[in-house]
Design a binder for this molecule. Structure first.
Ligand code: PHE
Length: 339
């Protein structure tokens, strides 16, 4: 067929002239499309006798493959050109300012926790940590809450559907006081420790959350009295709130594990929150039954314990009057404590 040999040359030329992918697809149509030259040649085969059909057919198919190969080659060239263009155009301006990095902060309750730790460490207290899933002997019984005693219902808790290795029922600890027992049984007097941590109760309103934080304090030796409790705790509050303008009172109360027991109230005597008594902590002289459960002789060893709410301390320090935002994770609230 006339002209079929330079068909490949024509294709090469037309493809080379195409400056972009769209132009190349147009050029392709002139050869391989429904109206294209190669397609027309293939159609012409129908009129030939079988012998010529075979030889012509083979020749045209070889031609077609050549044109297809040229097309592929030009496609690759154009893609490379396009890429070179983009690389040249999209330069990186290293002088532009960065996107900036969000910086995390420390939760206000944990900030209170850290302050408490620093203050008590500075006066020689050890800091201890213990399990949040506690056995009910350590959480209640060892602390002089006899089984079935109504005082247990002062602290309604979450029971865990498991027993520990000794077969004791497990609960989410209702206070940090079991740490008194754990720590005292593992150390020898003088015992001087705080134990901050998470605690749990079946409670949920503006001032109670089912999970909250306490810090336990325990000082046991041969000569530690209620007067020491008053002195240590008052000094702690002055350090924590960074002011001497506060009064402290010990109001008679009841806890099974202390005798006598007291609620500690404080009142700012200046500033915007002055003049209101605020309950801040439970406390008392450790009950002789509890000292015995420490493995110590209550005739020899005496001392005090307290258990304070860390949320309460954080709320007073930062002037927050609702407990709930502490646990909602709203950054507009939380970021105010990290400037
Ligand atoms: N554990 C008590 C509570 O959670 C507080 C407390 C601790 C009271 C130590 C006295 C001594 O209510």
């Amino acid at each position: 067929m006339a002209g079929s040999d330079d068909l490949v040359e024509r294709a090469r030329e037309r493809f080379a002239q195409a400056r972009d992918a769209a132009a190349l697809e147009n050029a392709k149509a002139g050869f391989l499309g429904r109206q294209g030259a190669v397609t027309a040649m293939l159609r012409g085969l129908a009129a030939l006798d079988p012998a010529r059909k075979r030889t012509e057919g083979a020749r045209i198919n070889a031609l077609k493959r050549e044109v297809e190969a040229l097309l592929e080659q030009r496609r690759a060239e154009l893609a490379q050109v396009e890429l070179d263009h983009r690389l040249a155009a999209e330069t990186l301006d290293v002088t532009l300012p960065g996107r900036g990095r969000g910086r995390g902060g420390i939760h206000p309750v944990i900030q209170a926790w850290q302050r408490v730790e620093a203050i008590f460490r500075s006066i020689g207290f050890d800091v201890a940590d213990g399990p949040e899933i506690e056995n009910d002997w350590t959480n209640f019984t060892a602390l002089n809450n006899p089984e079935n005693h109504p005082a247990r219902s002062m602290q309604d808790t979450f029971y865990v559907d498991l027993n520990d290795a000794q077969g004791l029922p497990l609960v989410l600890r209702t206070h940090t006081s079991p740490m008194q027992v754990r720590y005292a049984r593992m150390n020898t007097p003088p015992i001087k420790v705080i134990a901050p941590g998470r605690t749990y109760r079946v409670d949920n309103d503006a001032t109670h959350s089912p999970m909250f934080h306490q810090v336990e304090g325990l000082w046991i030796a041969e000569d530690i009295s209620f007067a020491d409790l008053k002195g240590v705790y008052t000094d702690f509050l002055r350090a924590f709130f960074e002011t001497d303008a506060l009064s402290v009172r010990f109001r008679s109360s009841f806890f099974p594990f202390t005798e006598p027991s007291a609620e500690i109230d404080m009142m700012f005597t200046s500033g915007p929150n002055r003049g209101r008594w605020l309950e801040i902590s439970g406390s008392g002289q450790v009950h002789p039954v509890v000292v015995r459960n420490f493995g110590l002789d209550p005739e020899q060893y005496v001392g005090f314990a307290f258990g304070s709410g860390l949320e309460r301390l954080a709320m007073l320090r930062y002037g927050v009057d609702d407990l709930r935002p502490f646990f909602e994770g709203d950054l507009r609230f939380l970021s105010q404590f990290n400037r």
